[in-house]
Every structure is written in C-alpha cells, then in structure tokens.
Design a protein around this ligand. Structure first.
Ligand code: NAD
Length: 316
C-alpha cells in the first residue's frame, strides 16, 4: 500500500484517479481548492484511506505525512475555464507545479505531471509522437494553457536533471467519461447534453477536423502504469481511433437515439485541425493499450452519470 497525493483530485480525471487508487488499496490525499472541480465528484468516497485538503497549490503548501507518489493534475483544463482564468492557469502551471515538485522532492516521491496533447498545438506531424516539438501560438488565447503545460514539462525535467527528483510526464489526449461538466465547453459533454435534450448539435467549422477520444478508465489505467514505471521522458496516453467531428456526431446520435439537426458555428481561434496520438511508446513501455471503443464509452458515460450533470441547466 502506497500513499498517493493527487492534486486536482476533485476534478473530472482526478476523482476517477482517486477512486482507482483507493480500489487498489492505496491511501489517497486529494489536494484541490475546487476552482473547477467539485465536492460532488468525491462525496461518494467513504474510506478512511482518503482525505481531501482544500489548498490552493499556487501558494506554498505542506503535507505532514510521508508520500510515495504525487499525481499532479491540478489545472483548469477545459477551454471555458482557462479562457476565464488565464492568469490562474499560468500560475498553476508555474508556481503550482514548482510547489508540487518541491513537495515530491522533500518526500522523495515519484512525481507524475499531467501534461496534454495541447503542447503539440496545431500539429504539423500526424499522428503525434512524443518526439514532435509542437506548433503552438504562444500569444493566442489558448497560449495560457498550452504554454503553462510546456513550462510545467520543462520544470519537471529540470527538477529531474538538476534535483534528482523521480519524475514522469503523461501527455493526455482528449478524455471523456462521467463527471465532466455539461457546460464545460468540451465537445463530448456538449454533444451529449444537446442530444439528450434533443436540441440542435453544435459543430465548430465544417466538422472535418479530427479528434481522438479516450474513455476515462483506459486513461486512468495508463496514468497509474506510467507512474509505477521508471520512465522519465513524456509518454502519450490517448485513444488512436480518429474521428472527424461529423463522425463523432453520428456516433452520439446513434448512442442517444436523438434525431436533432446539426448547426455549424465559427471555429475557435487556433483550433487544431487534427489530433491523434501515436501510442507506440505506451504500448512498448507500459504494455498499455485502450480497450473501450467510442460508442461503448459514450454509453458508459451516460449510464454512469447523474442525469442532471449530463443535462446541466439545459440552457444552450
Ligand atoms: P478539471 O478541471 O475537472 O480538474 C482540475 C482540478 O484542478 C479541479 O478539481 C480544480 O478545482 C483543481 N485546481 C485548479 N486549480 C487549482 C489550484 N490552484 N489548487 C488546487 N486545485 C486546483 O480538469 P480535468 O479534465 O480533470 O483535467 C485534469 C488534468 O488533466 C489537468 O491538468 C488537465 O490539463 C489534464 N488534461 C486533461 C484532459 C482531458 O481530456 N480531460 C486532456 C489533457 C490534459
């Protein structure tokens, strides 16, 4: 049994990670100031091996007990959040990551940074391998998120090289599942909310841009496998099945049985045209491969979600 500290543990991915670590009989310290997360995501946890500390990681913070693993997930992650919180997003990536790496160093813990496929920007290489350096607009509105994560990666490698911290970096590609917020602006909760209310489905641009969607249980399995490995260089974790947004809409309509029409809206600034992970490294290194197909994952998301969370307030 290990003690795992999870920053962002009351968020979408963090709360699923806490659940899985507890299921594997680890102790879990969840550090989350509920900026974009919610107690609703962790209120079902009735386990003496779990504690939630309401701390803002952009301030220096301390934890009394020994820690074996630090999973650093705290950060606004959906475009709606990081566009609303640009400075906070930069501070979490910089100060928040400094403080959390400092804690991992003090505890001699293995550290895992939740990075993102967004560090590849609008990629010129397809699919994206870890060796690709990216094509990011640093001064566009999305730059606050992309560059915060790129800085956090640089910082993580510096703590590893200069301070000897045992670090790892996961580059997470679009992930979906229960506990996403209906109005967080990401494509799957948006389309599910609209389809379940039988309202028109919004597609940005002509819908020919591609994305790859990983079900949350696959992602969490990959995250833990990476944390428990000896790897230091970044590893992509995501599902390589690639869909255009119009294909995604078709699957959503099929799974929900909705018949609503599609409406097209303007593409967001710097929206990547293609996104698909090359997961050769994760396969070879971690023996990890995603198992849940998109239609199954969407069905599971609906089954595992509270209806009010999928539907939100029905506005929009
Ligand atoms: P989320 O917004 O649901 O979770 C983030 C959590 O961090 C929230 O609970 C929030 O309250 C917490 N947090 C934010 N600022 C904080 C601070 N200053 N101090 C303490 N806690 C703070 O987002 P998510 O989708 O679960 O993403 C989790 C991580 O995974 C993020 O780092 C994100 O960049 C990364 N990621 C997610 C995806 C995805 O598809 N969901 C893709 C790529 C990367």
């Amino acid at each position: 049994m290990a003690t795992c500290l999870v920053t962002g543990g009351a968020g979408f991915l963090g709360s699923h990670l806490c659940d899985e670590l507890l299921r594997r009989e680890h102790r879990v310290i969840c550090v989350d100031n509920l900026e974009t997360g919610s107690l609703v995501n962790i209120e079902h946890i009735r386990d003496s091996a779990f504690v939630h500390l309401n701390l803002d990681i952009t301030d220096t913070y301390h934890v009394e007990e020994p820690v074996d693993f630090v999973y650093h997930l705290a950060s606004p992650a959906s475009p709606i959040d990081y566009l609303r919180l640009p400075l906070h997003t930069l501070k979490v990536g910089s100060y928040g990551t400094h403080h959390t790496l400092g804690l991992a160093k003090a505890k001699r813990a293995r550290f895992l940074l939740a990075s993102t496929s967004e560090i590849y920007g609008d990629p010129q290489e397809h699919p994206q391998r870890e060796s690709y350096w990216g094509h990011v607009n640093p001064i566009g509105p999305r730059g606050v998120y992309d560059e915060a994560k790129r800085y956090a990666e640089a910082l993580t490698m510096a703590y590893h090289r200069q301070q000897g911290v045992d670090t790892s970096i996961v580059r997470i590609f679009n992930t979906y599942g229960s506990r996403m917020r209906a109005h967080d602006g990401r494509v799957i909760p948006t389309l599910l909310r609209q389809a379940l209310a039988n309202r028109p489905l919004t597609v940005f641009g002509d819908g020919s841009q591609t994305r790859s969607f990983c079900f949350v249980s696959d992602l969490i399995r990959g995250l833990i496998a990476l944390a428990e490995s000896g790897q230091h260089a970044p590893v992509n974790i995501g599902n390589p099945d690639e869909f255009t947004l119009l294909e995604l809409v078709e699957v959503v309509l099929e799974v929900t049985g909705a018949t609503a029409p599609i409406i097209h809206e303007a593409l967001p600034i710097d929206d990547p045209k293609q996104r698909r992970p090359d997961i050769t490294l994760a396969r070879e290194l971690l023996d990890w491969t995603p198992e849940v197909a998109l239609s199954d994952g969407l069905r599971l998301t609906i089954e595992q979600s509270r209806p009010e969370r999928l539907l939100g307030d029905q506005a929009g």
